[in-house]
Design a binder for this molecule. Structure first.
Ligand SMILES: NC(=O)c1ccc[n+]([C@@H]2O[C@H](COP(=O)([O-])OP(=O)(O)OC[C@H]3O[C@@H](n4cnc5c(N)ncnc54)[C@H](OP(=O)(O)O)[C@@H]3O)[C@@H](O)[C@H]2O)c1
Length: 241
């Protein structure tokens, strides 16, 4: 899929030094420090939609809203919350269904669950959400920029598919280890170089006590990279213009 047939996509996450997204069993870990948290709010404020997988909704119950107070920027319009949820498992009690901000549930064509009228349901794929189709649906719905926040299965799909323009990873100075703490990318096994998604390194900047690493799609990742623009000087490193 050509980059101009889809919204602009920025993947962002925070990991431990050993590449884990959370503690054992997926228990939420606060990996970001204050500067990185503010940077994420700038990223959120700059997009039309914030996308996560149902795994993150079930484990973390995120609000996926912009904490405008952290960036001292009034929000004219909140980005939509987008959840990849093939079979419609999002609980009615989930914060993404609290009605305070528009929510888009991306389900598969075989999903039979119904949702409240204030939820936009986009169908694609037979049993699992088909991301290229979803991206076209989102583009048609006026969503021009998306921030993909996780978790590991969703990041793996976007990276392997080459459906991203920028990929930023905050690496926190903590090591988690263990067998069940989720890695930054799950999904299909990579058995050799041919399967590995190549990234193009752009920069590594100190932020809080950790490092913010920025990548573009590399040679083996489908889709032409879009240039990174320089951030405004008053903003934290990695914040959008
Ligand atoms: N540190 C961070 O920055 C950060 C950010 C976000 C989340 N997290 C952590 O990530 C963990 C959750 O990650 P996770 O891997 O378990 O779940 P996830 O990536 O949030 O969600 C995965 C689920 O999304 C659904 N999905 C639908 N279509 C998909 C597609 N085409 N590709 C991939 N997924 C698709 C699938 O469920 P269905 O088949 O039912 O649709 C899949 O099981 C939590 O521990 C959370 O704390 C960390």
């Amino acid at each position: 899929m050509a980059p101009h047939d889809r919204p602009d996509i920025h993947i962002n996450c925070a990991v431990s030094a050993d590449g884990r997204l959370a503690f054992a069993g997926g228990r939420r870990a606060r990996l970001s420090g204050p500067q990185d948290l503010a940077r994420v709010q700038w990223l959120r404020a700059d997009v039309d939609g914030i996308l996560v997988g149902i795994g993150t909704v079930l484990l973390d119950d995120p609000s996926l809203r912009v904490h405008a107070e952290m960036i001292d920027r009034p929000m004219v319009r909140s980005p939509a919350r987008i959840v990849l949820d093939s079979s419609g498992r999002t609980p009615m009690s989930a914060r993404v269904l609290d009605g305070s901000i528009p929510t888009i549930l991306a389900v598969s064509e075989s999903c039979t669950r119904t949702f409240p009228p204030n939820v936009t349901v986009l169908r694609s794929g037979g049993v699992r959400v088909d991301i290229p189709t979803l991206l076209q649906q989102l583009q048609r719905a006026g969503i021009r920029k998306i921030l993909v926040e996780g978790g590991g299965e969703v990041i793996a799909s976007f990276v392997r598919g080459g459906w991203f323009d920028r990929f930023t990873v905050y690496v926190a100075p903590v090591a988690i280890g263990g067998a069940t703490a989720p890695p930054m990318m799950r999904g299909p096994e990579t058995v050799g170089d041919a399967d590995a998604a190549r990234l193009r390194f752009v920069s590594a900047e100190p932020i809080d006590d950790g490092v913010l690493v920025t990548y573009l799609p590399g040679a083996s990742v489908p889709g032409a990279p879009r240039p990174l623009s320089d951030g405004a000087s008053a903003r934290p490193p990695g914040a959008p213009p």
